[in-house]
Design a protein around this ligand. Structure first.
Ligand code: V4E
Length: 195
């Protein structure tokens, strides 16, 4: 199965309309620390290395769309230290964190998110409330084949419009964090056309 997901900004009243009649699934808290080199070698290539609640993950881009044409997010996710070591060419000497530091990777962003998950029909809705004053909804559909991607994006957009959401480009939580707190890093992403 392939996950197709799209983010939406939540304006006043949106949350109530979106979850009306939906089934509450779960609430969890995620503490994310993102890592990169001093010259932003990962993120300027749209690669995102994070430690979430003590588990490592590396997101790699699958579709390289120009930022202005971004319609949905699709990334390959490496979730084991072994796979991440191989992808980043990091040999096994000490702990993973120490080996990353030796290779020049340092934290650049820490975000605590409260995620409330709901389900309605085939749609999964995540409401993400971030500790730095930012809130997003993510609407997801699961598909069997890559060829179903376009239809899934259209279904998500129609669902969002039906629920009164604004269908506009959205800055993800990390991009918004960098825009607010690390302008030089944000500018590097603009120049490399990741944003
Ligand atoms: C993929 C990505 C980043 C990593 C964080 O991904 P995101 O989906 O925002 O976080 P989250 O917590 O919802 O992950 P999940 O729980 O679904 O695994 S940071 C930026 N991107 C890509 C990106 C981009 N290149 N440009 C813009 C405007 N937004 C996002």
């Amino acid at each position: 199965m392939i996950e197709v997901e799209k983010k939406f900004i939540l304006n006043q009243g949106d949350e109530k309309r979106l979850i009306e009649g939906a089934e509450f699934v779960s609430e969890k808290i995620m503490e994310d620390t993102y890592f990169d080199t001093m010259d932003f070698s990962l993120t300027t290539n749209d690669k995102w290395l994070r430690c979430r609640n003590d588990r490592w993950e590396l997101k790699l881009p699958m579709i390289r769309e120009r930022a202005s044409q971004r319609r949905a997010d699709q990334y390959q996710e490496l979730e084991t230290e072994g796979e991440i070591r191989q992808e980043l060419s990091i040999d096994n000497h000490e702990s993973f964190k120490d080996d990353l530091a030796s290779a020049g990777y340092a934290p650049f962003c820490m975000i605590k998110t409260t995620r409330r998950k709901y389900k309605t029909g085939d749609f999964i809705i995540d409401l993400d409330i971030m500790d730095f004053g930012y809130e997003l909804a993510e609407i997801e559909l699961m598909i069997q084949n890559q060829s179903d991607m376009e239809t899934a994006i259209q279904k998500i957009q129609a669902f969002a419009v039906q629920h009164g959401l604004t269908n506009a480009p959205v800055r993800g939580k990390v991009i918004e964090y960098l825009k607010r707190f690390s302008p030089a890093h944000y500018q590097a992403l603009v120049e490399s056309r990741v944003v």
